[in-house]
Design a protein around this ligand. Structure first.
Ligand SMILES: Nc1nc2c(ncn2[C@@H]2O[C@H](COP(=O)(O)OP(=O)(O)OP(=O)(O)O)[C@@H](O)[C@H]2O)c(=O)[nH]1
Ligand SMILES: [Zn+2]
Length: 359
């Protein structure tokens, strides 16, 4: 395995995305590197496991991201997991010359009153939605995470930790019934966890861990790193810059050949408006197809298959309520997003619309 492939590079010149190839041809002096950390002060990139070297940004990525006409939107700048082209020598002379278009991204709406997207991780194959089977277990939070990570080419997997504790897993199983995503129950401290998750940890795969604080993400990462963790530590200890291994947690190479991106626990998970609620709640959508009325609101209508499922216990009332809530949130975010897109492209608005805007 080469240095680059240990951090997720899996393309040969023959199967390279044409857009990537064109950018590489346009920058013959440059070479690929992966963004492993993003800070206020700038980015750090790696060309091999265990690295995190500062790399100078393009000037247009240094200005605050905005949706003004001609500006680069926040979600169009590099984020952790992105592949970029760099020139110059590490440790201090690297500069980025191009961002290679992403094949997938996990995003959320940034906190605050103004619409803004935030990329959590880019070029990811699988998202592990980590949740403890202890008091942390919360099906609504899992649904929200799944909504945000689904689509955009990312495979979600629900990873339920703390299965070793004497917990009643039937409650969890019941709650996850409608979800059409794989779920795995495990003890995050046990080496068996790596076996259970092996299907998503094949060489060249990139996985991101999301989930609330205390769910077991760090524990799971350490288990998956196994022996390699100590090796990484030794490499870092010899590093002249003397930084600690823990600061490199953003993107780690696993012994399985996959690489993993750890994210800090996120308190607020606002949709961007691009999510597909129907996909995340496919169980409810398919029930709705059996309602007598095409425009059934699943309220008081006769012949409502959704209410019937709730009555029979096949569908939980709480999941149905959450589906409605998330649908409203996504619709509202989609409207804000459409406004930004219109403002940016300078689309002609219908008369009156501009004056009545909230700006
Ligand atoms: N028994 C048991 N304990 C676990 C398991 N997974 C995590 N823990 C414990 O739960 C606590 C929190 O785990 P962490 O791995 O630190 O959680 P985290 O998701 O990384 O939390 P943040 O770093 O705050 O986002 C630790 O004390 C772990 O030892 C598990 O599968 N079984
Ligand atoms: Zn209905």
């Amino acid at each position: 395995m080469t240095d680059l492939s240990a951090i997720g590079w899996r393309w040969t010149p023959a199967d390279l995305d044409p857009a990537w190839r064109a950018l590489m041809q346009a920058h013959p002096q440059a070479r690929p590197a992966r963004i492993v950390e993003q800070h206020r002060s700038g980015y750090r990139v790696a060309e091999a496991p265990g690295q995190a070297f500062p790399a100078e940004s393009l000037p247009q990525w240094q200005r605050a991201g905005s949706y003004r006409k001609g500006d680069i939107a926040p979600e169009e700048r590099p984020a952790v997991g992105d592949w970029v082209l760099v020139q110059g020598a590490s440790p201090d002379g690297l500069r980025m010359v191009a961002l290679l278009p992403r094949f997938s991204a996990i995003k959320r709406g940034a906190a605050g009153e103004h619409y803004r997207q935030q990329v959590i991780a880019a070029n990811i194959d699988t998202a592990f939605v980590v949740c403890g089977l202890d008091g942390d277990f919360n099906p609504r939070r899992i649904e929200r995470y799944l909504l945000l990570v689904s689509g955009h080419g990312v495979q979600p997997v629900v990873v339920l930790t703390k299965a070793d504790l004497a917990v009643d897993v039937t409650v969890a199983q019941q709650a996850l019934r409608g979800l059409q995503v794989p779920h795995v129950m495990l003890d995050a401290r046990s080496p068996d966890a790596a076996v259970a998750l092996a299907p998503w940890l094949q060489p060249g795969q990139s996985v991101v861990l999301v989930g609330s604080s205390g769910a077991g993400k760090s524990t799971l990462t350490n288990t998956l790193l196994g022996q390699a963790r100590m090796k990484t530590g030794a490499v870092r200890a010899r590093d002249a810059r003397g930084r600690h291994t823990t600061t490199h947690r953003a993107l780690l190479a696993l012994p399985s050949g996959a690489c993993i991106i750890d994210t800090p626990g996120m308190r607020e998970l606002k949709p961007t408006g691009e999510e597909d609620v129907s996909e995340s709640f496919a169980d409810i959508e398919s029930l709705a197809e059996q309602c007598r009325f095409r425009d059934c609101l699943h309220d008081q209508e006769p012949g409502c298959a959704v209410r019937a499922a709730v009555a029979s216990g096949a569908l939980s009332e709480a999941r149905l309520a959450h589906y409605r809530k998330l649908r409203q949130e996504v619709d509202a975010a989609a409207r804000s997003r459409a406004e930004k897109v219109a403002a940016r492209t300078g689309a002609v608005r219908s008369p009156g619309q501009g004056q009545h805007g909230r700006h």
